[in-house]
Design a protein around this ligand. Structure first.
Ligand code: SDX
Length: 436
């Protein structure tokens, strides 16, 4: 970052002396007012619950222009990456800052393939869960448990440990998500097959059985790989900020990523894809497109607490570019599977059309986000609704790791420790219980 030729002056009406605050610029996007010395100079904090106007860090990984609906991974537009690259190339880009050439891609692919298995003991963690446990409860436990198996690579300040942990997490997430799925349906776990692509291997572990050969459908393999690319990173979203804050204590990478999995589960965040599909199914069950008007009235009624899941975004005040790509992927997969008339896809498109013409949504700049169509295409592939967020976590793991590693490599990083505006009781003395 570089000092801007601009300064901020903070003046007070109570006669306190004004202070000057430096302004810094990045390469693109908003400048920042540097308030690091504000408390020391004024005895005051800034106040920004939800961090709507707060940059928590400087980063060179992902840039979002919410007004334009633009998303760049290391400068490359998401549309170009999702069309011209695969997920492992995108992982290499996010982790190391550049797209790999043929040799580097082959090396990276081999390094990931060499770590796809998990310790056999991991199966016993699964057996502790009920078969109907939510996959995100299982994933939160399994990812955290990985730290128990890799004592050789849990020092987050050791670059070699960070590197091998990154490879292990990227390689093992598909294995763990597939194990959570197989456990829920009472089928045997399928071991990874390293001669398959990253996405092909995941499909095999999810849907193959020991009883017969399984053939990966190339259309679904490509669609799933694109879904992974679209979910790989997204600047300082809630789960990424969670991973950064957790990692800032110096804890091991597996524990920090497990914290990200837990945060992503929430319906306001990564859990929205599951909530969105459940919403579509409820509308469909209550009458389908004929009931959309009634549903929209509920959404616009503040007291209903009903939201149009998969719509709206803290940063995008235009169409989420990932939603556009996801809708295209929906078209491709449904056509390939002969499901062009999928009622939920028709319903989703009808909901989108109505919302984009309704002043409630237009005035609040609410557009479809990544979660609006992702559930439809995952359901068409055969992924159960409860596993949607697990797929999101699988894909976002590389982004979390890249962001965590960037933070740890930043010489300026400190343990994250926000302050507060205290509105509780001033000092008071305890009274003996007999006199309370
Ligand atoms: C993800 O941050 C990221 O980058 C996240 C993510 C990533 O890749 O990591 O992009 C992934 O989490 C996408 C978002 C998935 N969540 C959902 O689809 C859930 C539904 N969306 C909303 O919960 C909401 O839009 C949020 C949480 C996504 C954003 O909330 P904000 O930024 O806090 O905005 P807000 O709640 O203050 O909303 C502004 C207004 C409010 O109305 P008013 O008080 O101004 O009258 O818009 C309304 C909200 O009530 N609103 C919605 C709405 N989203 C916002 N009303 C109806 N339906 C919605 N979906």
């Amino acid at each position: 970052m570089k000092l801007a030729d601009n300064k901020a002056t903070l003046s007070f009406s109570n006669g306190n002396a004004p202070i000057e605050l430096p302004v810094y610029s990045g390469n693109i996007g908003p400048d920042v007012v540097d308030i690091r010395k504000l408390y020391a100079q004024t005895g005051m904090f800034t106040y920004d619950p939800g961090f709507l106007s707060t940059a928590s860090c400087q980063s060179a990984i992902t840039y979002i222009d919410g007004d334009k609906g633009e998303l760049l991974y290391r400068g490359y537009p998401i549309e170009q990456l999702a069309t011209n690259c695969d997920f492992l190339e995108t992982c290499h880009l996010l982790l190391y800052g550049n797209l790999p050439d043929v040799a580097a891609k082959a090396d990276f692919t081999k390094r990931v393939a060499n770590h796809t298995m998990v310790n056999e003991q991991m199966q016993f963690f699964l057996r502790g869960f009920r078969r109907d446990a939510h996959p995100m409860a299982i994933m939160t436990g399994l990812v955290g448990a990985l730290s128990a198996f890799y004592h050789d690579s849990t020092d987050i300040n050791n670059p070699e440990h960070r590197e091998i942990s990154a490879i292990r997490l990227i390689a093992k997430m598909p294995t763990l998500v597939a194990m959570a799925y197989k456990y829920s349906i009472g089928q045997p776990f399928m071991y990874p097959k390293n001669n398959l692509s990253y996405s092909g291997n995941f499909l095999h572990m999810m849907f193959a059985t020991p009883c017969e050969d399984y053939k990966v459908n190339p259309v679904i393999e490509r669609a799933l790989d694109r879904i992974f690319v679209l979910h790989a990173d997204h600047e300082q979203n809630a789960s990424t900020s969670t991973v950064r804050l957790c990692g800032s204590s110096g804890t091991n990478p597996f524990a920090a990523i497990a914290a990200g999995v837990a945060c992503l589960w929430g319906p306001a965040h990564g859990g929205a894809n599951e909530a969105c599909l459940n919403m579509l199914e409820e509308i469909q069950a209550s009458g389908g497109i004929s009931k959309v008007g009634e549903f929209m009235e509920k959404v616009k009624d503040k007291n209903s607490g009903v939201k149009l899941m998969g719509f709206g975004h803290r940063v995008y005040k235009n169409y989420d570019p990932r939603a556009k790509m996801m809708q295209e992927t929906c078209d491709e997969v449904l056509a390939a599977l002969g499901l062009e008339n999928d009622p939920l896809f028709k319903l989703a498109k009808a909901l989108e059309k109505i919302a984009l013409e309704d002043d409630y949504f237009v005035s609040r700049k609410l557009y479809p986000n990544v979660d609006f169509y992702s559930g439809i295409v995952q359901r068409a592939i055969g992924i159960p609704v409860k596993l949607f967020t697990g797929i999101f976590a699988l894909a976002r793991t590389v982004g979390w790791i890249a962001q965590l590693n960037e933070m740890i490599s930043d010489p300026e990083y400190k343990i994250g420790r926000p302050r507060q505006l205290f509105t509780g009781s001033p000092r008071r003395d305890v009274v003996a219980i007999a006199k309370r």
